[in-house]
Design a protein around this ligand. Structure first.
Ligand code: MG
Length: 381
């Protein structure tokens, strides 16, 4: 029996993970963590038999404690404490945002494998996180569709046989446009192939999501940036590719369905039997590929630059993006303002090495403050 703690259990990744876990005898969910959505978490915990719930919001946690028979943890550190309380074999981290880094550190420190859907754990934590995993022997199992694809493609290949990683990008709802001015929130939230949460959908529309994924790929697979490329593939059938030194290119294909990468990480190293529609290539007909347009989608270049600098830069990139995307969703800035805020924040906060996690958390805070000022500057102009 593999005992799993699910962070972000009421989100898109969390609910799909629980659906897989609840359908199997060999997997069980022992702890759940949410931000404030306690009612749904209690229903989930009753359904899967989990004895522990972590609720970040203190008021929501009080309500949960009255309704739930098991243990309820509360406060900022609740998700982190959940790991010590329920001692899972695997942590599925589906938290959105930099708040996901703390639980990843806690699990890896305890030698617990992490199924990682929280991008910030790598984008913000950088090689401090991958080095921690190496030191304790805990595994980082990617849940993102692209990284899961690459992880699967690389298994069985010697590292020196791999020439290049190719990440596919759907291109988002504005693929083909060369002018991004006047875009509304509704337009930006309308993703053509993947149904996801608000922030990641906007990140997909700006291509920042792909930028974060380059940084994650660099860290997860120890691949230099010049050997990571991005190709736009609007159908999202090819989830990523690797080029090998003998001229072979391997690709991972399937309909866009997050249950595949979630299931792979939950079952690893075994493959689960999942009720997923099998790919009918003749039905798909044709697959298209094109170069990304970094002049229009500036976030891609900003991410590559920040990734190349390393140290605190990806942390600043992420913090600025979180603030800017929230401001766009609130109608405070234009869609094009997102890249503007990020570019200026990167300049203003500067770059340098990241010596420890405490330093990263301080940089994260400073970058958020500066980004908020930049948002206000755009609002006033
Ligand atoms: Mg992805």
């Amino acid at each position: 029996m593999k005992r799993i703690a699910v962070l972000g259990s009421t989100g898109s990744i969390g609910t799909q993970a629980l659906e897989i876990i609840n359908g199997r005898e060999d997997l069980s969910a022992v702890g759940l963590a949410v931000g404030s959505n306690w009612q749904e978490a209690v229903v989930e915990a009753r359904g899967c038999g989990a004895g522990f719930i972590a609720v970040r919001d203190e008021n929501a946690a009080r309500e949960a404690a009255e309704a739930f028979d098991g243990v309820v943890l509360s406060g900022e550190a609740a998700a982190r404490e959940l790991i010590g309380a329920c001692e899972p074999d695997l942590l599925l981290n589906g938290v959105v945002g930099a708040a996901g880094l703390g639980p990843t550190i806690a699990a890896l420190t305890a030698g617990i494998d992490v199924a990682l859907a929280n991008k910030e754990s790598l984008v913000v934590g950088g090689d401090l996180v991958t080095e921690l995993a190496k030191a304790t022997g805990a595994k980082l199992l990617p849940v993102d569709s692209e990284h899961s694809a690459i992880f699967q493609l690389l298994s069985g290949e010697a590292p020196e046989a791999v020439d290049r990683i190719v990440l596919t990008a759907s291109g988002g709802p504005f693929r083909g446009r060369t002018d991004l001015s006047g875009i509304t929130v509704e337009e930006a939230l309308d993703h053509p192939t993947w149904a996801m949460g608000g922030r990641i959908t906007i990140d997909s529309a700006t291509l920042m999501n792909k930028g974060f994924e380059m940084i994650e790929a660099h860290l997860l697979f120890d691949m230099p940036y010049e050997r990571i490329s991005v190709v736009v593939h609007p159908q999202s059938i090819v989830h990523s590719l690797i080029d090998l030194k003998d001229g072979s290119t391997l690709a991972h294909l399937g309909y866009p369905d997050m249950r595949v990468p979630i299931g792979y990480a939950l079952g690893y190293p075994a493959r689960l039997d999942l009720p997923i529609e099998r790919l009918d290539l003749a039905g798909v007909g044709s697959l298209d590929f094109e170069e990304p347009d970094p002049e229009t989608f500036r976030c891609l270049g900003l991410a590559r630059e920040a990734g190349g600098k390393g140290g605190i830069s990806p942390c600043v990139l992420n913090a600025a993006d979180e603030v800017a995307v929230a401001a766009f969703l609130d109608g405070r800035i234009e869609f094009t303002g997102i890249a503007e805020v990020i570019e200026k924040a990167l300049d203003d906060v500067g770059s340098g090495p990241a010596r420890d996690f405490r330093e990263l958390f301080a940089v994260d805070e400073a970058a958020r403050e500066r980004s908020e000022e930049l948002v206000q500057g755009l609002e006033d102009s």
